[in-house]
Design a protein around this ligand. Structure first.
Ligand code: ATP
Ligand code: MG
Length: 583
């Protein structure tokens, strides 16, 4: 019989329960109170007492209320229909609701149990299969959605019966498998505990290619690998969300999962209204067809916020097991860490730095480690690329969440208040930001082959120009315009050229927002050619004026269709200037 218990203490969302039987860590339970049932998770067991965190407000819950334990961990339901859905952290379907918020104690099913999916079998009766092997396929939008042997199955099974091609709901039986313990039926949906990584693959090799995002500061200067990890720390209002949305809209991925974790309610409403309208630049179809949104606003209880990033990651791993490229974006992981802190403080655990849990670093690393490219058991490849934002309080990059994330993530896109103030968007600091993938020989090889031979060297040269430009600017600031040689002015303006043409990108312009790699290469080549030249100017004023003119034409180029007549006119103007003043 399932264990039940009686509430003996309540501190905000943390409730102590006296239990009449065994309970396990992370088990899910329900509190019966005021005619509703509130979901909660066990986070500590001490003798007969269990501490549970409630996923909803505990207003009105009282001592003596009954708790029923389920003997199950927090699970997500996986199956066709996840895409184009909006869920909260507990996978309640928010699209079926009239507003974004559910009533207390209300839980909605994750998948539509009535919708029929056209199933095509891919395996045959008599085949030997194991967890995550593909049994067949349904089309989810235009994406092939594999129906897999449930991940929880252990050992080998033989297919005894497989449904013929036809229309089925997610709960219809589509196969009978025979294993050591007899026959088991399989449907199109399965459940999986969110906090456990799905490890049904052969190996997890090092990343070997980059994921194009269409954002120049990322692709050109600090590329992220397919199956890689990156993070965007930045003070409030510096453009984290805009940058992440740009990546979501343009990223070269089959499936996108957006986890809006602890975001403001109005931003979430924006995602809800904006995303369904967006058109996918790769397919011309609605972007939402390949997107799942998981959101929890700051006004939802902390426990639900903590759960949301795990729910999102599990959905990503599910699609990865189908051999798809998945992109996970979490905004913001700081609020997830704050949720961890709130819980840990209520439990009166010994606090770590800034009162975050002592194992914050391990929690973050473990989470980032779930991303990656994998080789599936059938030899196909799938990947989860993860980019999270961090909002460090006061823009302090030394605070624990940023520091821990820096250890775990391989790409660092530091947004800077100063650049945001000057409206130099995206405000990614070109000097502090890095991508460790550029140091991987596999990635350098890939870039050599797909972009251009010696590309990494070019990227480093570009970064050097920016660095030298900054030094020159510092000198000019100290010594005055006339106090430095002309070459300093030239150096400074060359870095400004890189800044305006390559680094800055208007996320709200239809053309400039998406810059394919080929175009990025073309522009970088033009800019580097100019930077390699020496110029002859009368004085620093002429230097500034001519570079400004050039920058202006370049910006017009960025706003024009690639290689259109207009584009070529601006290019010719630039060439004229270079010819006139360059050596
Ligand atoms: N690439 C860009 N192009 C043009 N404008 C931008 C760009 N990036 C950011 N902005 C401007 O900066 C504003 C703030 O950006 P955003 O909401 O992304 O900041 P944030 O870092 O997510 O803030 P918060 O910490 O409050 O969540 C945007 O509303 C927009 O006007
Ligand atoms: Mg934001």
């Amino acid at each position: 019989m399932a264990t039940s218990g009686i509430i003996t203490g309540i501190v905000s969302n943390l409730v102590t329960v006296s239990c009449d039987g065994p309970v396990s860590q992370n088990e899910i339970c329900y509190i019966s109170t005021q005619g509703t049932k509130l979901m909660a998770e066990v986070i500590k067991v001490n003798g007969r007492y269990a501490s549970i965190q409630v996923f909803e407000s505990t207003r009105g819950v009282k001592n003596g209320d009954r708790v029923e334990f389920t003997d199950k961990m927090l699970e997500v339901t996986l199956g066709p229909g996840l895409l184009s859905s909006c869920y909260d952290g507990l996978q309640n379907d928010l699209t079926t609701m009239t507003g974004v918020f559910l009533k207390r104690g209300e839980y909605t099913p994750a998948l539509d149990s009535e919708k029929k999916w056209a199933f095509t079998p891919e395996a045959s009766v008599g085949d030997t299969v194991e967890a995550a092997d593909w049994l067949g396929e349904v089309k989810e939008g235009w994406l092939p959605h594999k129906i897999m042997v449930p991940f929880s199955f252990k050992g080998e099974y033989t297919i005894k019966w497989l449904a013929p091609a036809g229309e089925y709901t997610v709960n219809d039986k589509i196969a009978t498998l025979t294993g050591e313990e007899g026959d088991v039926d399989v449907t199109m949906c399965q459940k999986w505990p969110v906090k456990v990584a799905i490890k049904c693959y052969k190996e997890k090799p090092r990343p070997e290619r980059i994921m194009e995002t269409g954002v120049r500061v990322i692709d050109t200067l600090n590329p992220i690998a397919e199956g890689g990890t990156g993070f965007i720390p930045g003070p409030f209002g510096c453009g984290k969300t805009v940058l992440q949305h740009a990546i979501a809209k343009q990223g070269d991925a089959d499936v996108i999962v957006m986890a809006a974790c602890g975001e403001r309610a109005n931003e979430v409403v924006e995602i809800f209204t904006e995303f369904p309208e967006l058109i996918d630049p790769h397919t011309g179809r609605h972007l939402m067809e390949r997107t799942t949104i998981i959101c929890n606003t700051s006004n939802m209880p902390v426990a639900a916020r903590e759960a949301s990033v795990y729910t999102a990651m599990t959905i990503c791993e599910y699609y990865r097991a189908m051999g798809l490229k998945v992109l996970l974006l979490a905004d913001s992981t700081s609020r997830w860490a704050q949720a961890l802190r709130e819980m840990s403080n209520r439990m009166e655990e010994l606090p770590g730095a800034d009162a975050f849990p002592v194992d914050l670093s391990a929690i973050i690393s473990n989470f980032y480690a779930r991303a990656g490219m994998v080789v599936l058991n059938n030899g196909k490849r799938g990947s989860v690329t993860f980019i999270g934002t961090v909002s460090p309080a006061g823009g302090n990059l030394k605070e624990p969440v940023t520091e821990s994330t820096k250890k775990a993530a391989r790409c660092f896109y530091a947004l800077e208040q100063n650049r945001a103030d000057k409206k130099r968007y995206p405000s990614v600091n070109p000097i502090d930001s890095y991508s460790k993938y550029l140091e991987y020989p596999e990635i350098a090889d890939y870039l050599d082959k797909t972009v251009e031979h010696g590309w990494v060297e070019k990227v480093n040269r570009t970064k050097n120009i920016i660095r030298k430009g900054k030094d020159a600017a510092d000198q000019i600031n100290i010594l005055g315009d006339d106090g430095v040689p002309m070459s300093y002015h030239e150096m400074f303006w060359k870095s400004e050229l890189v800044d305006f043409v390559i680094l800055q990108q208007d996320a709200f312009d239809a053309i400039d927002a998406l810059c394919p790699l080929e175009r990025q290469r073309y522009m970088l080549d033009m800019v580097l050619d100019i930077c390699a030249k020496e110029f002859e100017f009368e004085d620093f004023e002429e230097c500034a004026a001519k570079f400004k003119e050039m920058i202006n034409f370049f910006r017009q180029m960025n706003y024009s269709e690639f290689k259109s007549a207009q584009f070529e006119i601006y290019k010719a103007e630039i060439e004229k200037l270079v010819e006139q003043y360059g050596k």
